[in-house]
Write a protein that binds this ligand. Structure first.
Ligand SMILES: *Cc1c(COP(=O)(O)O)cnc(C)c1O
Length: 352
């Protein structure tokens, strides 16, 4: 069924047990659709190693697209990495600026987001442009009830705390409009994330998008047509039969009700498959669902093969077009962001 041993990334000397594939054409399509819907250029949010997808893979792809205006990361360190990768445009550092980061901000021409009087103190009189963040209801970073006016301000931003709540979001949007009008033309104005961009805020000049780049829907009824762009697969490393009454995995939380065929998959919680999916989730082999049985362990997960003919070396699917991170997140009682960020570094990344 899934017979692609031909992954170039896997034909290395040490082979490969799990892969995260990013489909270039799907990412490009998503960027085009997001631009078409909003009419605004995109600040691609690639903090935390591009949501765990791998900045080294995602950024070279994104930086060639005309709809991408610039990038945003969480810290100066993440910004330096992007600059070293050859990103030329603006790199926003969303997470403020600590004193030790000033040198890197200057040397790598990063653009900090100022959201606290201390950030301004760190900047002193340095010739560094920055964006200012306002807290209009997020209750995390941003100024409340005071404004920063400074010739070095090249952008202003805010952040929606509850994009699914229309009434509250519109209040935030109105509050930010009042603040944004204090700034002149030529200053970037942005507050919409993947979910927030459904409001098509007329006065905003840019949108800040992370999740939707990968085709993950941030809301149930999302008006932008997205194509899932990521798949995660892992190899089967053992197939065997166990007799009725035989326990499965740590803690013996599952006992074979009958003679059954089980498969051991080289993907565990260390790879990003949350332990909470033990005895609850399933993996995919083509169309077939393989229930996860017993506790998920660090490097391995046991599945019930039923009568599906799976052999050692085959690939099973954890995430793909038909089963997104969002689907898996619902099953695990979390959000897609968390699962994505936890896909570990030992899962090989590949752009296809
Ligand atoms: C992470 C982040 C975003 C992107 O959010 P998505 O839901 O992934 O589009 C936008 N703005 C800020 C301030 C963020 O921290």
């Amino acid at each position: 069924m899934i017979e692609d041993f031909g992954f170039s990334i896997c034909s290395t000397q040490t082979g490969c047990r799990s892969v995260l594939e990013i489909k270039r054409s799907a990412v490009e399509r998503n960027v085009r659709e997001l631009y078409r819907f909003t009419g605004k250029k995109i600040i691609a949010v690639v903090k935390s190693d591009a949501y765990g997808m791998g900045v080294r893979f995602v950024v070279p792809l994104l930086k060639e697209l005309p709809e991408i205006d610039s990038f945003a990361v969480a810290s100066a360190e993440e910004g330096v990495l992007l600059r070293e990768m050859g990103v030329r445009g603006e790199i926003l550092v969303l997470g403020g600026i600590l004193p030790e980061e000033l040198q890197a901000i200057k040397d790598y021409r990063l653009t900090p987001v100022v959201s606290d009087p201390e950030h301004l103190k760190v900047l002193g009189r340095e010739n560094v442009n920055f964006h200012v963040k306002y807290d209009t209801g997020m209750g995390r970073l941003g100024f409340v009830g005071e404004t920063v006016e400074d010739p070095r301000v090249t952008g202003v931003m805010s952040h929606l705390s509850t994009p699914a709540d229309r009434e509250f979001s519109l209040k935030q949007i109105e509050e930010f409009r009042r603040i944004a009008t204090l700034y002149g033309r030529g200053v970037k104005v942005h507050l919409e994330s993947s979910a927030g961009l459904v409001y098509r805020v007329p006065y905003a000049t840019h949108v800040r998008v992370g999740l939707a780049l990968y085709g993950e829907k941030p809301l149930r009824d999302y008006p932008v047509p997205l194509s899932p762009a990521v798949s995660v697969k892992a190899r089967v490393i053992s197939v065997k039969e166990i007799p009725p009454g035989h326990p499965v995995s740590y803690g013996r939380t599952y006992t074979a009700p009958r003679r059954m065929r089980i498969g051991v998959v080289a993907f565990g919680y260390a790879d990003g498959l949350m332990k909470s999916l033990s005895n609850r989730g399933f993996l995919l082999y083509g169309e077939a669902r393989l229930p996860i049985i017993g506790n998920i362990t660090m490097d391995m997960t046991v599945v019930d093969l039923g009568d599906v003919s799976v052999k050692v070396g085959d690939w099973v699917v954890i995430v793909d077009e038909g089963r997104t991170f969002g689907d898996l997140a619902r099953l695990a009682g979390t959000i897609p962001y968390e699962i994505m960020c936890n896909i570990s570094g030992r899962v090989k990344r590949e752009i296809i």
